[in-house]
Design a protein around this ligand. Structure first.
Ligand SMILES: [Zn+2]
Length: 341
């Protein structure tokens, strides 16, 4: 038995930590208190996806810097065995190197896990929250898969997000009636799986084209949200695909050679209405990528002699950070971290 295996075995036998460490040792929180704080304070916790160190720093500056709780998210397809552990250490490094007046409330979350194995892998290395997306499965299979992940994750007090109803990447599919969450299935799903939060499909889509009407903002089906709330009360509900796809950045992207057709996002008014009606987590992925890439295109085109990457990365980081601060104001999450401990 190698030293590493012995270490793992000891941990399994003698402590409640998962094999490669507990998320608390990384300075992370799970999402339970964040969501109870959000429901009490009538705000939503932002879930921001990140793809590199600069985006992570920008998100942390925009959240921890204004005492907003934050859920840092990584997509399953961006993880392999090597990177999953580097991500936890990168996040820990950023948390401990910040000098905020109040302790940052940060969760590290797997976005759209598709199997028990990938959720387990993230729990085992110190993620504090995982999503298991069984929305493509028949209801009974979705329940079974989600329940298996919950049973494992809860052993280590890691939270689990499930999904009912499909949140597609293709607008025409996402807006078909059968893709919306069926409120009649929600309480059965929540009770049978013991999941901690639930992503529901109320008219958003992944990617930069979210509306069924060209160049028009998304119209959320708040009636479905009302119906779901009537059945599950104060249960944490999650809105995926919440990016606003800001016009000014679509224009910058296009001006400097990028292509993005049919861009449309969720307007801040729609987002506010959803939060008011009980959405307590909103996910942003497209906006982070769009703002970062548009800014890099602009900087590289405007400064052809500059080859030091720090110059354009710095500007992209600052713009993402500014975006995050503004979006948090829409969600009402700034200054709310103190209520989430
Ligand atoms: Zn999503």
């Amino acid at each position: 038995m190698s030293d590493e295996e012995i270490r793992v075995w000891k941990r399994l036998m003698h402590s409640d930590s998962p094999p490669f460490g507990n998320y608390r040792d990384l300075g992370l929180s799970n999402t339970r208190k964040m969501f109870s704080g959000a429901l009490r304070g009538k705000f939503a916790v932002p879930g921001y996806n990140f793809y590199n160190l600069e985006q992570l720093r920008a998100i942390m500056a925009g959240c921890a810097g204004t005492d907003s709780p934050v859920i840092l998210q990584v997509l399953e397809r961006n993880l392999n065995d090597a990177s999953v552990r580097s991500i936890t250490h990168m996040v820990k490094g950023i948390i401990v190197s910040r000098n905020d007046s109040v302790r940052a409330v940060v969760a590290l979350h797997l976005d759209h896990g598709t199997s028990f194995e990938s959720c387990k892998r993230c729990v085992d290395v110190g993620f504090s929250s995982v999503m298991i997306d069984g929305s493509q499965l028949p209801l009974d299979e979705n329940i079974e898969l989600t329940r298996t992940v919950v049973d494992y994750a809860h052993k280590y007090d890691v939270c689990v997000e499930g999904e009912l109803g499909a949140i597609s990447g293709a607008t025409e599919v996402a807006t078909r009636e059968e893709m919306y969450t069926r409120p009649s299935q929600v309480d059965e799903f929540v009770k049978a799986t013991k999941v901690d939060s639930l992503a529901i499909s109320i008219g958003t889509a992944h990617g930069p084209s979210k509306s069924r009407l060209k160049d028009a903002p998304v119209q959320l089906r708040l009636d479905i949200l009302d119906e779901v709330r009537a059945r599950v009360g104060d249960f944490p509900l999650v809105l995926h695909g919440a990016s606003g796809v800001p016009k000014q950045y679509v224009e910058i992207l296009k001006r400097y050679g990028g292509q993005m057709e049919g861009a449309s996002g969720v307007g801040d008014d729609q987002l506010k209405a959803a939060v008011k009606k009980g959405i307590c987590k909103a996910n942003f992925d497209t906006d982070i990528k769009l703002i970062f890439t548009a800014t890099e295109r602009e900087c590289l085109a405007e400064n052809p002699k500059e080859f030091d990457p720090r110059k354009h990365l710095e500007i992209a980081e600052a713009r993402v950070s500014e975006y995050v601060r503004n979006k948090n104001r829409v969600l009402g999450s700034q200054d709310m971290g103190r209520y989430c401990h």
